[in-house]
Design a protein around this ligand. Structure first.
Ligand code: SF4
Ligand code: FES
Length: 239
């Protein structure tokens, strides 16, 4: 029996595999669904909700939903675009994002989504939370102001005994990302680089290296986020 599943996204006929996440199947079919917390083949966190689509009339996150035969997916409609823009605005006001001085500017997914959805002035008041910068680990500079709580670093950056370098601490408005400084003392250059790359914003930055790629030559300086979906697809869907 075939494990192929046929469905449509905004009227485009797509094919996926049984059990495949909609967000990954969309990428394979050249359709961009924005993500902030999702990473292919990593247990979903479903924390950012930016990938919300409408499947057979119901709103659902594409990073937790598997493809179903005959389903109709709405992805790029004015209503869904506005909902995503609202999420981006909420993320911007909830943290303190200093884009012009950020090492991640031009490589930041949140900033790129702000441009994609043409965010001007957020419709919500800024929270101006007072968040510290944790700079005492040798390779990582953790700017808690910019964390959007996607949990990628917690899920993906571990030592060889499967221990987490990163964790959340506190609750509600006081929730913050933190790094285990004792463990992080043994972090390799590669792990630090990987942590910086998987962070969708500029909360995790490597120490002693900066602005290697000049502003203007970075990923989203060249093309808007999502427009490279075909090349992502060729690379196996990883961002
Ligand atoms: S530090 Fe970055 S990767 Fe970690 S939870 Fe915050 S935004 Fe996500
Ligand atoms: S990418 Fe789906 S909830 Fe974040």
């Amino acid at each position: 029996m075939s494990d192929k599943v046929k469905f449509t996204i905004d009227g485009k006929e797509c094919t996926g595999k049984k059990g495949q996440l909609l967000v990954d199947a969309a990428t394979e079919n050249g359709v961009y669904i924005p993500v902030l917390c999702h990473w292919k083949d990593v247990e979903p966190a479903a924390s950012c909700r930016i990938c919300t689509v409408r499947v057979n009339g119901n709103y659902i996150t594409a990073c937790t939903t598997t493809v179903e035969e005959g389903s109709t997916v709405e992805n790029d409609t004015p209503e869904i675009r506005d909902m995503r823009k609202t999420i981006v605005e909420m993320l911007f006001v909830e943290g303190n994002h200093f884009c012009p001085s950020c090492e991640k500017s031009g490589d930041c997914d949140l900033q790129a989504l702000g441009y994609l959805y043409q965010m001007m002035v957020p419709r919500f008041p800024y929270a101006f939370e007072n968040r510290e910068i944790q700079a005492s680990s040798p390779k990582i500079f953790l700017d808690k102001n910019r964390c959007i709580f996607c949990k990628r670093c917690i899920r993906m950056i571990k030592d060889d005994q499967d221990r987490n370098y990163f964790a959340f601490k506190g609750r509600g408005n006081h929730l913050e990302i933190t790094i285990d400084e004792k463990l992080a003392a043994g972090m390799t250059e590669e792990q630090a680089q990987r942590a910086m790359e998987i962070c969708p914003v500029g909360a995790i930055l490597r120490k002693e290296v900066g602005f290697i790629t000049p502003i203007g030559k970075r990923k989203y300086d060249k093309v808007p986020i999502g427009s490279d979906i075909e090349s992502q697809n060729k690379k196996g869907g990883e961002k």
